[in-house]
Design a protein around this ligand. Structure first.
Ligand SMILES: [Zn+2]
Length: 115
């Protein structure tokens, strides 16, 4: 509580305010709010701003970003399990040896190095 600390402990109050400002700004950024607003609010009202931001719903931007990150991860996971037919570009299982569409024989997924 930066504002309730006696004047003699002013440096401590400043330090506390700065800590709350940074934490609130980080929380605001994480939820998709302008971090500068969180920084100012955290510096002025300290823990109160932190509590307010903690209970604020995530913005649509934050949701979209999280969704995008999730989608990229899902795509990467999917890509690890699939391969493309070199002939017709059909997406096949990594285990497939023959393309079911054009019946192209597929090379082994990772040919062992010949010595
Ligand atoms: Zn094919």
């Amino acid at each position: 509580m930066a504002l309730m600390i006696p004047f003699v402990e002013f440096p401590t109050a400043i330090a506390t305010g700065v800590v709350f400002a940074i934490v609130t700004a980080w929380l605001a950024l994480k939820k998709g709010y302008p971090p500068l607003l969180g920084l100012v609010a955290g510096g002025i009202v300290g823990p109160l701003a932190l509590v307010v931001y903690a209970f604020l719903p995530r913005t649509e931007d934050a949701d979209q970003q999280a969704e995008m990150e999730g989608r990229i991860t899902a795509e990467q996971t999917e890509a690890a399990k699939t391969r493309l037919c070199p002939n017709c570009r059909r997406v096949l299982s990594i285990a497939a040896r023959v393309c079911p569409k054009c019946e192209t024989r597929l090379p082994a997924e990772s040919p062992p190095p010949t010595t």
